[in-house]
Design a protein around this ligand. Structure first.
Ligand code: NAD
Length: 356
């Protein structure tokens, strides 16, 4: 049986595929390559020993997805596919609701179809359709939490401040209603929403890495400055009520993040819903990250102080105790230098990312 990874040609999805392949699983990736990379798939194919299938297509195309689920007897779905730029979502909200929320609805229709398909096919090799799904949600679904809610636990009220956060929160809601109905229909479907904080780093092998266009994440942007691809780094606000005046965020290494997905999938029992925040539980300021990049690369670069960006809260970091208590998962890589070192290895070898 097979795991379906949506968005597997993207940054986090490709790392999940790598982990699944290393664990000996068979994987189908569906990705429309809108923001993913054929180069990532090619590198994954090179180590897959025939266990990876790539289907270029949209996750909202429920007929296509249902066909792939049935053909490969998919039992588990990791759903990473989404557009994920806050600013873009403000300017193009309908695109975000179409691509993130409505496309997820298409995926759920395909999952529902898989139960009928499995029955009609006589449950070949015990395949009963999709039984588990893990969804990439986001700390953006919490919006701008009140100070007393930081560190952010799963019980923090969800009140997004942009369409990206809403598109994810709506998907969580849709999943809950879908799973409730499945339970009433005596299906054994189980699901989890993992609310990521800031994902960073890359596989230390250097096989795959982070390649967003445009790049907006702090660590890769700093590395692009260190490589001379950008003239300077802009800090958006140096007058926040934080120890060094810059914003504080929680950076979680992509390997740890993927590890949490594997742990959650292993723990999910039929009919269950699990929600976890994924972060290291410690904030790092923009200045601390810049210092780490300068230390690791050994390169100094120009830093420009700009005004605050609207909607950037001073501090956002996770309270990861729920997943630690329930699943004994906690991030192994908590040093910014180690996260930066892995990303730097990738960027040095692939300064322009994947050349698709
Ligand atoms: N990177 C982070 O720090 C972060 C933080 C919180 C949540 N997330 C979530 O994690 C997931 C992965 O993020 P990422 O950084 O790897 O992004 P990414 O852009 O690198 O990967 C997303 C992939 O999904 C594909 N895709 C998008 N819409 C699709 C659709 N409708 N059908 C098929 N393929 C589609 C893209 O082509 C791309 O390959 C997203 O859901 C994102 O919202 C990321």
């Amino acid at each position: 049986m097979t795991v379906l990874v949506t968005g597997g040609a993207g940054y986090i999805g490709s790392h999940a595929v790598l982990r699944l392949l290393r664990d000996g699983q068979r994987v189908v990736v569906i990705d429309n390559l809108f923001r993913g990379h054929r180069g990532a798939i090619a590198r994954l194919m090179s180590i897959a020993q025939g266990r990876l299938t790539f289907i270029p297509g949209d996750v909202g195309d429920s007929a296509l997805v249902a066909r792939q689920i049935a053909e490969h007897r998919v039992h588990t779905v990791m759903h990473f596919a989404a557009m994920a730029y806050v600013g873009e979502s403000v300017n193009q909200p309908l695109r975000y609701y179409r691509n993130n929320t409505a496309a997820s609805l298409g995926l759920l229709e395909a999952i529902q179809q898989s139960w009928t398909d499995a029955e009609r096919a006589g449950r070949p090799e015990g395949w009963t359709g999709v039984q588990k799904l893990v969804f990439s949600s986001t700390c953006a679904s919490y919006g701008e939490p009140a100070k007393q809610n930081i560190p952010i636990a799963e019980t923090c009220p969800q009140s997004p401040v942009n369409p990206y956060g809403w598109s994810k929160l709506f998907t969580e809601r849709m999943l809950r209603d879908f799973a409730d109905q499945a339970r009433r229909d005596r299906r054994s479907f189980a699901w989890a929403a993992l609310r990521y904080f800031n994902v960073a780093g890359s596989d230390p092998s250097g096989l795959i890495g982070e390649h967003h266009e445009p790049e907006t994440h702090l660590i890769p942007v700093c590395l692009q400055v260190a490589l001379g691809q950008r003239e300077h780094l802009s800090i958006h606000g140096t007058d926040y009520p934080t120890p060094d005046g810059t914003c504080i965020r929680d950076y979680v290494h992509v390997l740890d993040l993927v590890d949490a997905h594997v742990a959650v999938l292993a723990a999910l029992k039929p009919g269950e819903e699990r929600i976890y925040n994924l972060g290291i539980g410690k904030g790092m300021s923009v200045r601390q990250i810049i210092d780490a990049v300068k230390r690791v690369t050994g390169r100094d670069f120009k830093v420009v102080h700009g005004p605050r960006r609207p909607g950037d809260p001073p501090e956002l970091y996770a309270d990861p105790r729920k997943i630690a208590t329930e699943l004994s998962w906690s991030a192994k890589i908590t040093s910014p230098d180690e996260m930066v070192a892995h990303a730097w290895k990738w960027f040095q070898a692939n300064p322009r990312g994947y050349v698709d």
